[in-house]
Ligand binder design. Structure first.
Ligand SMILES: NC(=O)c1ccc[n+]([C@@H]2O[C@H](COP(=O)([O-])OP(=O)(O)OC[C@H]3O[C@@H](n4cnc5c(N)ncnc54)[C@H](OP(=O)(O)O)[C@@H]3O)[C@@H](O)[C@H]2O)c1
Length: 325
């Protein structure tokens, strides 16, 4: 897997031809049973056919799990989305958990809906012998307490990956943070291995910081790219052109980060201590105040964590830009 990651970072970032082999290797031989007493291929019910639920259901099916049911709110748009997913994976759609035969229930609703969905499921649920999982990175497995009280073993299984509508990222090599009851954790680990992911234990008290880290790594990186498009606009470049032109430098930056770390992957006027250039940037960015704030804040952070020349002069520039908000 390390081999795969270095290939990925050296230049295969958008080229996935290496994946099938790696995936097979990571999956290894199919286990005869995930937990003692369970059928050959344990079936799973997915609650919520959103971004994660849809991608996960397909990955699980591809890894030979049977998806017993997709459980979704009885609203026309939700049912339509769930039906589209169910038809791809040979499953059925239910509006409630009653009638679900699966031994494993994987709750993929938004964090803010997990407690309410759990309470509703618990009222119709026989938990003994079953396992319930959720995938929030910030909430602990304790939010599933109503299902635990009904006899289920519960865990949180969080993939450190981004899932957006229409994408289905490979789970090969993806770290999954897991915590919860020992039976559910063992099961979660087995499933993650079978998906090609890398399970590891996380303490409940670390989850807030862990999830803030993940938010920096993907959603805020996307937010930075959105601000980047605004700056491209100042140079007369449309968002569409900006997206095309930015990809080579962006992908190389990510590769450099993977290969050399943040300090070794850092270049540009701050690293060179080019104060006059930075002054010009801050001047033109007056026309786009929010990207200017983002620039000044990230540049200030660069002075703390990355190599830079003329730090004192740059610091006073960025501090004054941060004060003039
Ligand atoms: N997306 C990611 O990148 C990502 C990564 C790691 C972990 N996660 C975790 O995955 C979970 C789901 O996130 P998401 O991004 O997939 O959210 P999402 O795209 O908003 O999807 C959530 C789905 O849950 C459905 N839902 C809401 N309440 C429900 C209920 N009571 N019963 C059944 N279904 C219900 C929604 O139905 P409607 O169709 O009616 O809205 C929607 O289809 C969250 O815990 C999140 O933290 C997400």
């Amino acid at each position: 897997m390390a081999d795969f990651q270095s290939q990925l970072l050296r230049g295969h970032l958008h080229s996935f031809e290496v994946l099938p082999k790696v995936f097979e290797r990571a999956r290894g031989p199919a286990p005869s049973a995930i937990l003692p007493g369970m059928a050959e291929q344990p079936s799973i019910a997915i609650v919520g056919a959103g971004n994660l639920g849809s991608a996960l259901a397909i990955s699980l099916r591809d890894a030979d799990f049977r998806i017993d049911a997709i459980i979704t709110p009885a609203r026309a748009a939700s049912l339509a989305r769930a039906r589209g997913l169910a038809s791809k994976i040979g499953s059925r759609v239910l509006a409630q958990v009653e009638g679900v035969q699966a031994r494993i229930l994987w709750i993929c609703v938004p964090d803010s809906a997990i407690a309410q969905a759990t309470a509703s499921i618990a009222s119709q649920f026989e938990g003994r012998g079953r396992v319930a999982l959720h995938s929030s990175g910030v909430l602990s497995s304790d939010v599933l307490q109503p299902l635990r009280a009904k006899g289920a073993s519960v865990a949180a299984v969080h993939p450190f990956m981004t899932f957006v509508r229409g994408s289905r990222p490979s789970l090969a090599g993806v770290p999954f943070a897991i915590e919860g009851d020992s039976r559910a954790v063992r099961l979660g680990r087995s499933i993650v291995h079978r998906l090609g992911g890398k399970p590891y234990a996380i303490a409940k008290k670390e989850k807030n910081a862990y999830h803030a880290w993940g938010t920096f790594a993907s959603p805020l990186l996307t937010a930075l790219l959105a601000a980047t498009e605004q700056v491209a606009g100042l140079a007369g470049v449309s968002p569409r052109e900006a997206r095309q032109r930015v990809l080579p430098i962006l992908l190389q930056t990510v590769r450099n980060y993977g290969e050399f770390g943040a300090p070794g992957g850092f270049s540009g006027p701050i690293e060179r201590g080019d104060v006059a250039t930075v002054q010009r940037h801050l001047e033109v960015l007056r026309r786009s105040p929010i990207p200017r704030q983002v620039y000044a804040t990230l540049a200030r952070s660069a002075l703390e964590y990355l190599p830079a020349k003329n730090k004192t002069a740059l610091k006073s520039l960025f501090d004054s830009a941060n004060r003039s908000r």
